[in-house]
Structures are given as C-alpha cells and as structure tokens.
Design a protein around this ligand. Sequence first.
Ligand SMILES: [Zn+2]
Length: 325
Amino acid sequence: MDELQRSLLNVFTYSDLDRKVKQRKEEDRLTILQANPSARFLVFFGNQFLVAKEPRTKPCFFHAHEIDELASDITNIVFLGSRKSKHYFAAELGSIQAADRVADDGRGFTGLRECGRNLKAHNASLLSYAKAMFNWHWTHQFCGLCGSDTYSVQGGHVRRCSNEKCEKNHFPRTDPAIIVSVVRDGKCLFGRQTSWPPKRFSVIAGFVEPGESIEQAVAREVLEETNIEIGQIFYHSSQPWPFPGSIMLGFSATATSEAINLNDGELQEAHWRSIDEVVSGLEHDDFRLPTPLSIAYRLIEDWFNSYSNETLANVIKRLDADRIW
Ligand SMILES: [Zn+2]
C-alpha cells in the first residue's frame, strides 16, 4: 500500500470533489451558481452541522430556495466545489432561532467529532473542509496588518482587508502537526494528557514550529515529551484535522533510547506497551485508545497489526466497543 492509499483510509481524507479553484475567483459566476437548482448547501450553526439521523447519519443538504428563505439569518456562505453536476456550498446560520426552525424530530445539529465516523467518506471530508473554512473565517475577522475589518470574497476563500490603503488578502490557514508511533523492541510508546478522557492513551504529537523541518519536529516532540531519542523515521500518511485547522502528518519511528522522562510536562504519563499489554489493558479497562476518527488510531492499528497474530479490529470486536475509546 502506498502513501496515497494509506491516507485515503484516514477519516476526512477521501474526496471526489472538484474544488473549482479557477471558478471560485469569478464572483458573478458564483452568484449564479448559488441560485442554481443544482446548488446544495450544508447548514452550519455553533460549530455543528445539520444532519439527518435516520436511517443512517447523513448531512442535510438544503436547496437554493430553502437558503433564500433563511437569507436574513445567514452570516456566511462558502463555496466548496462541485461533484457529479452538483455545486456544494456551506451556509452558516447566525441565530439560535433560525437553527431551531430548521431542526426537527428527524434532523438536528451535531458536531463533526460525534458524527464523522458514521458519515460516508466523501461527506465526512466535505464537512471537515467546511468546518476548517468556518474556523478560519471566525479567527480572521480583522486584518493582521492594520487591524481593520476583513470581508469574505472569492466564494469564502479569501478575506480582504476593508481599509482602502491596505486591502491585504488573507488566505485560509492550515497548521502542520506531526504525529508519530515510536517503536522499540516491538513495543509502542504511549502517552496521555491530563485533559483527555480517563484511561485514554495515544501516540506522540505536536505542532511543527517555524524554522524546522517536519522530521526535526518529529524528533523534537518525542524528545521534549518523553526524552526518547529516535533513529529512523518513516512517513505513514496524512489527515486534515479541522479542530480547529491542522493537517496531521503521520509517521512511525524507531527509538534509540528507552528511559522515559516527561521533560516538558505536556504528558501526565508515558509508557512502553507491548501487544499483550495493550490487549490486556483493553480487556481490563485500564487502557483506552484514541477515537478511530483519528490518524492516531490508524498509526496504533498499523503498529499493532504488524506485531500481532490477531488484528486490532478483531480484538475490538471481541470486547465491548464502549470500553475501547
Ligand atoms: Zn489591512
């Protein structure tokens, strides 16, 4: 399996959307597209999407006339792209009253962490994309250069400074973060942060800093958090992570030292765990995994499956899923 295929197995990664990068710069054309019967709108409010709950969780796509009826309550619209002759937008509601009006017994607002795994792959990535865009809009209301208000242009893909003397264009941000499964003698390095749900452990992660390479970030984060030194680093896959706006770059690495020390205090505890210790921890409910939504889970799963006779998926099938993450 190559890196592209591995990445496609990560939630939020699969997409057959044409982002229409050229067309989204043509404001008049976008206005026409937005009113077209082939336009479909995700509905977003308070960091949640409107989804239909039965029979399977799926996003509610509004038509142009439904969006027209909500026009006075819509604070932002972002053009996402086109797929199979449909043109996808995401509309943000600005009032709880409007959110209440569009929700009913069969549909309601849900966060992406809650619904992400139950969505079809192309919808999961569509919602992830929309969420990252709205997160960026919320945090770039003002020009970083002169402090004036910014406004949305080019289908929501640029925020332009309203100051005539400035007019700086601001573009959507994606912050690179590394995540790495560190292995020594078949054991994997697990850590946990105080803020996580009880018993949850994961692999080491952190943001890439200015002035360093991705590989340097991997080595630095592992050393800072656990005092473990690493040798070889292997790229695994990547995953967009819109909480609020990262791209996770996944690696595996071999450790060249063993003694753990929590250097920077970011982790509450860290341990080496063998396959047997992971299985035993899951069985006795004193060890839980990160959500399968995450690339962290994929890295752990790949480590586990390469050293175990039984796959992690099979182990989980045997146990009560509520006790796994
Ligand atoms: Zn400005």
